[in-house]
Write a protein that binds this ligand. Structure first.
Ligand SMILES: C[S@@+](CC[C@H](N)C(=O)[O-])C[C@H]1O[C@@H](n2cnc3c(N)ncnc32)[C@H](O)[C@@H]1O
Length: 185
């Protein structure tokens, strides 16, 4: 999907898309850095958009690891369906609010990692709270929730759900981004 098409989706639903451009490969590598691929059996991606992180994840996951990808937007989902073809990947056209339902559908309760690009700070508080609670409950005890944001001041927001919150950043993205890695172990 082109940058122009991404921008078109932004103008159609800016609170849901949250960014005018897809993330850079530099941000992608920072988002994947906390993942121990030798141990991961299930990774969930929320809000893949054009699939910048999805494509990097597909390259990195070992053969015994599954990737569950959840996208709400019709155009992004249809585009991903054409581009991501792998027996290890399940693409879901739905909302991150239903994460536990989607896990149940594949017969699993917990993921090792959740990678999220959702524009959570644009969301109404109740929606954000429902998604973060769902994510917390869908992780193994050692699991990690990895989320990027364009603001540094959100440690407290994640701290309401996770006991450990670490922040990394990259200037090689437009806009520069902060990567929050959250866990309860
Ligand atoms: C900032 S874009 C990120 C796209 C891509 N991952 C990137 O980094 O370039 C946010 C994405 O979250 C999706 N999204 C928003 N709300 C969602 C929800 N409730 N469930 C699943 N995806 C959602 C949007 O459609 C969009 O694709």
């Amino acid at each position: 999907m082109s940058r122009r098409s991404f921008l078109r989706e932004f103008f159609k639903a800016n609170r849901m898309v949250g960014s005018v451009l897809p993330s850079s490969r530099f941000l992608s590598s920072k988002m994947l850095a906390p993942i121990d691929f030798s141990q991961a059996k299930l990774i969930i991606e929320l809000g893949p958009g054009t699939g910048v992180f999805t494509k990097a994840l597909v390259k990195a996951i070992p053969k015994d690891c599954q990737l569950l990808v959840i996208e709400l937007n019709d155009a992004f989902f249809n585009n991903l369906q054409k581009q991501i073809i792998s027996p290890q990947v399940k693409l879901i056209h739905g909302s991150a609010t239903d994460i536990s339902l989607f896990l149940k559908e594949i017969g699993l309760k917990h993921a090792d990692y959740i990678i999220s690009s959702l524009p959570l700070s644009n969301f109404p508080k109740e929606l954000r709270s429902s998604i973060l609670t769902g994510c917390k409950n869908s992780l193994t005890p050692e699991g990690k929730f990895i989320q990027f944001q364009y603001s540094r001041g959100l440690k407290k927001m994640y701290g309401d759900y996770f006991s450990k919150v670490q922040i990394d950043y990259t200037v090689f993205n437009f806009p520069p981004a902060f990567i929050y890695t959250c866990s309860n172990s």
